[in-house]
Design a protein around this ligand. Structure first.
Ligand SMILES: Nc1ncnc2c1ncn2[C@@H]1O[C@H](COP(=O)(O)OP(=O)(O)OP(=O)(O)O)[C@@H](O)[C@H]1O
Ligand SMILES: [Mg+2]
Length: 434
């Protein structure tokens, strides 16, 4: 096998022009053909920055100063343009919505071929082949806005595969997928890698979900540096993941609670092959049996009451059918469901962005339907799935202060409140940032 790395970072550092401090420090990392690597690390540690150095968005879209060396396909990365790099590296971004260019799914997949002036008949044939591989044949003539999150991911994947690249780079491929669709995506990435033999880099903090299929190496990042680069089994036999703020697979945590010492030869990184002795299994059973039952919570007054809520979109899609539930004061409730089950629709109806055709909705006994969206916002705070849809102010302080200002709170009362909130969220140092 050809052993020269496709990607090689050597003592590489990077500082965005707009930042006072570097974002990446002393990165030494090599990726070879056919390797599958997971890059994990807490939010803001520089994973996407690293990815952007590989796909050319840095320095072409986000300028800055690099130190050390980065070669891709044996050539200096920063002297290659975006187009040249796209022949080596195919990227599926964190937010796949920003990635669609074509009017239909088929056009989107064909984009790289059109750029390369491939004859039409051959192009149709290739698009069909790829669509079959990523299982979007049925929606080829749909507009990208009309398909689900999981399908979008598949289309984006098809689009990069068509380019016949050496490296497939995924930035948080699981972000918007339900667990079942996420598993499908991870299996699909695995199959595609086996099929094409390219190198695969997956950036994710959902480590357990990625490990649904084996990876060759895990790279753990922290504050712009590489903390660990090596064998997944070795990593999971340490405490580095939880120390770095990343959730380790739950079965590993459970084994630790049960007092089982985890070693690399138990193969902790791949559940189907996890090897436990009979004594260790007995240890886990004993621990499980000794757990006290969860104590019953005292009943609190009902705050939000939903009764027989029914909602159909103007296009005819019957999204909510007879929803009834109660939310008690101080309760923390999580609503789960597959992609497309109606979770976001339900929140929109509660906040008043959509109006239910029938059913009852009360907050502390007050009929919510008598309140406008703005009035409901005095009682209900809403964080949307895609934060970009929510941010409207130029500075972080002003964004957080927006709700209070809209309600006419005096400016001298706003500042302490906003500063306190920013501290809780760990954003205080960024308050005057654009
Ligand atoms: N385009 C940009 N211009 C300037 N600074 C940026 C830019 N993108 C990211 N940064 C900064 O670089 C740091 C690392 O961000 P990055 O997006 O690489 O983190 P990440 O590890 O991908 O986080 P997440 O898990 O939240 O996606 C952050 O402090 C961020 O503010
Ligand atoms: Mg990121």
């Amino acid at each position: 096998m050809d052993n020269t790395p496709i990607i090689a970072f050597r003592d590489f550092g990077f500082q965005y022009t707009v930042q006072a401090e570097p974002t990446l420090y002393h990165i030494d990392l090599e990726v070879r053909k056919g390797e599958k690597i997971l890059i994990a690390g807490p939010s803001g540690c520089g994973k996407s920055t690293l990815a952007h150095c590989v796909n050319g968005l840095i320095p072409n879209s986000y300028p800055g100063k690099a130190t050390g060396a980065l070669t891709i396909g044996g050539k200096d990365a920063f002297s290659q343009g975006l187009f040249e790099l796209s022949k080596t590296v195919g990227t599926v971004l964190q937010d796949s919505d920003g990635q669609f260019i074509g009017l239909t799914v088929a056009e989107d997949i064909a984009f790289a071929l059109e750029n390369d002036c491939v004859p039409t008949a051959e192009m149709h044939e290739t698009v069909r082949k790829i669509a079959k591989l990523v299982n979007v044949e049925q929606v080829l003539s749909h507009a990208p806005q009309e398909i689900s999150g999981g399908q979008k991911q598949r289309v984006a994947l098809g689009g990069v595969m068509v380019g016949d690249v050496d490296v497939l780079l995924f930035d948080e491929p699981l972000a918007n997928l339900d667990p079942a669709t996420g598993k499908q995506a991870i299996s699909l990435i695995d199959e595609i890698q086996k099929h094409t033999g390219c190198a695969v880099i997956i950036i994710e903090h959902r480590v357990e979900d990625v490990l649904y299929r084996p990876v060759d190496r895990i790279v753990l990042m922290e504050d712009g540096r590489i903390r660990f680069d090596g064998n997944p089994d070795e990593l999971l036999s340490t405490d580095l993941l939880p120390q770095g703020g990343i959730r380790e697979p739950l079965y590993v945590t459970a084994l630790k609670y049960a007092g089982v010492a985890i070693t690399a030869d138990m193969r902790p990184s791949y559940l189907p092959e996890l090897a436990l002795t009979d004594a260790q299994k007995a240890q886990v059973r004993r621990w499980f049996a000794s757990q006290p039952p969860t104590p019953a919570q005292p009943e609190k007054p009902v705050q939000l009451m939903v009764k027989n809520l029914d909602f159909t979109y103007s296009g005819g899609h019957h999204a909510l059918r007879g929803i009834s539930l109660e939310v008690h004061k101080g309760e923390m409730l999580s609503i789960v469901g597959t992609n497309g089950a109606g979770k976001s629709t339900f929140s929109k109806v509660i906040c008043g962005f959509e109006t239910a055709q029938s059913g009852k909705l009360t907050l502390n006994g007050l009929d919510l339907r008598t309140l406008s969206i703005k009035e409901r916002a005095d009682h209900i705070g809403y964080v949307m799935q895609n934060p970009n849809q929510m941010i409207s102010k130029n500075q972080i302080f002003d964004e957080v202060a927006l709700g209070l200002r809209n309600r006419g709170v005096a400016e001298e009362n706003i500042r302490p409140h906003v500063e306190e909130t920013l501290k809780v969220c760990g954003l205080y140092p960024f308050r005057n940032w654009p």
